[in-house]
Design a protein around this ligand. Structure first.
Ligand code: PHE
Length: 502
């Protein structure tokens, strides 16, 4: 009896070879059938013992931007080595700074060069001096050679792959490839010929109304058959992380604030005891809007804020001794921080007067007229927060940050004293970049001054902060340029493959 197979299986069965393995991709190309059909048909044929499937796992390598750069310009440590050799004899001590000048490496490249020079045993670097201690051909450096091989798709020295990956010079993509070959049983069945089976893959309304559905033979589905990767839409990593931040803060007992992106300078700056002639209040920093001035500011509060600016608060208070004009306070712009929301809430204007203890947060966009670079955008998400309670101290702030960041796997925070017109004491927060080891600033914080709190009618302490969500992402996922996740230069592969863990 000749064997009966559904159409796709018949095509695959007749295409494959008894002597030479073919991959799903090859067969898909030869038969013009989609990859997923080949995969489905192959698994069904394997189940019947007609073919056998072999699975190969394959690593594909590609150069990162940095890798491509070194492909062209040579690895920094090699350039440093060459520079030292140009300075003079093997074994001679030269000034490190002289070698660096000679090498024309840029700042980042210098730190890469320094950390690899001794590791590769080119020589030693000690107390500002550098020595080259062996003679070799830089062209034959195994890591440099591997960059070329990867670029050309030729055989790669496997022993340097892990190192190149940890240096961030290559991406490794693990693929599973399957190939198939005819079995003995398959070959003898094929000799006898193959018929198309009448089994059907979809039921039509006609089959149902005519009643013949009962007598038909149905194709079985193989739900484990491999399909081509499906790249669908997904929530952006930044939004996803913002949600996790919100959940985390809610878990720590905070409530969410909301409020306008466009606001009066009164809420953005004046309530925060920012003098009206402060440099951060110019167009160099803030985006002003050419719209009519704000209305409906609470007149009592305006008076108290004005008096804090002019005369300070309390008996021994002092103000700025510079003019304060309501017209400036009424100007409207894009908020440069969400501390404007904190002011609206603390003043009682947002949801009514608040009694301590209270904890509030927001994770919202802010806008600054910065220069675009790897760590600055013109807009970013700020994680704003404050706690209102009796007897707060810097220890409470540090503890809150330690607890918050711990939930994102960040445990090596550093704190640095800082100045803000509105907090005293103040400190900036730093975290270590997981890849480069550099400290990056991730936030700013402090305890609000009396000059801020008194006009708002608050007599207890308020500790507060603004953290950058994008910087938190950098620490969590190890990318080095904010533009990897934002805008036209974003790294789609990173955005597709990185998920937030809860
Ligand atoms: N507004 C500050 C900033 O944008 C953050 C901050 C908020 C600092 C509250 C102290 C208190 O950097």
């Amino acid at each position: 009896m000749t064997i009966k197979l559904p159409q796709n299986q018949k095509i695959v069965f007749e295409t494959i070879s008894p002597t030479e393995e073919k991959t799903f991709d090859q067969i898909s190309e030869e038969t013009n059938l989609k990859f997923e059909y080949i995969s489905g048909a192959s698994f069904a044929l394997e189940e019947q013992g007609l073919i056998s499937i072999t699975t190969h796992s394959i690593s594909e390598f590609s150069l990162t931007d940095e890798g491509s750069h070194y492909l062209q310009h040579s690895l920094p440590e090699l350039r440093l080595y060459e520079a030292v050799r140009l300075l003079g004899e093997l074994g001679t001590k030269f000034d490190l700074s002289q070698a660096i000048d000679q090498s024309s490496l840029d700042k980042n490249e210098v730190s890469v060069a320094l950390s690899n020079y001794a590791r590769k045993d080119y020589g030693t670097i000690n107390q500002g001096k550098i020595v080259s201690s062996r003679d070799f051909d830089t062209q034959s450096d195994p890591e440099q050679v591997a960059l070329t091989s990867i670029n050309q798709g030729t055989e790669i020295d496997q022993s340097v792959i892990a190192r190149l990956e940890s240096r961030g010079l290559i991406n490794i993509n693990q693929l599973t490839k399957r190939s198939i070959i005819l079995t003995k049983k398959g070959a003898s069945e094929r000799k006898k010929g193959v018929q198309i089976s009448e089994s059907i893959t979809s039921l039509t309304p006609q089959m149902l109304s005519q009643g013949n559905w009962e007598h038909l033979e149905y194709a079985t589905y193989n739900v484990e058959a491999e399909a081509a990767p499906y790249i669908g839409g997904r929530v952006h990593l930044l939004r996803e992380t913002a949600e996790k931040v919100k959940d985390t803060l809610v878990g720590m007992g905070f409530q969410e604030m909301e409020g306008p992106h466009v606001d009066s300078e009164f809420w953005i700056n004046d309530c925060l005891f920012m003098p009206q002639d402060h440099p951060a209040r110019t167009h160099w920093d803030q985006f002003a809007l050419s719209v009519s001035p704000a209305q409906n500011l609470p007149p009592d509060l305006v008076k108290k804020v004005q008096s804090a600016h002019l005369d300070g608060v309390g008996t021994d208070g002092d103000g700025y001794h510079s003019p304060w004009s309501e017209a400036v306070a009424l100007r409207v712009g894009l908020r440069g921080h969400t501390t404007s929301l904190s002011m609206r809430y603390l003043s009682g204007q947002a949801i009514g007067p608040l009694e301590p203890p209270q904890r509030f947060f927001s994770v919202e966009k802010v806008y600054r007229n910065d220069t675009l670079d790897p760590t600055h955008l013109l807009e970013f998400f700020q994680i704003e927060g404050w706690v209102m309670a009796e007897n707060l101290s810097v220890r409470d702030l540090m503890g809150t940050f330690t607890e918050f960041y711990r939930q994102f796997g960040i445990t090596n925070l550093k704190f640095k004293p800082h100045y803000n017109p509105y907090t005293e004491p103040s400190f900036e927060l730093f975290g270590e970049h997981p890849r480069t080891g550099k400290l990056i600033e991730i936030g700013n914080s402090g305890l609000f001054r009396d000059e801020v709190l008194r006009p708002l009618g608050i007599t207890c302490d308020v500790m507060a902060w603004g953290l950058a969500l994008e910087r938190l992402l950098m620490l969590m996922y190890g990318f080095e340029d904010i533009r990897d996740v934002h805008g036209t230069l974003c790294d789609l592969q990173l955005l597709r493959s990185t998920g937030v863990s809860y």
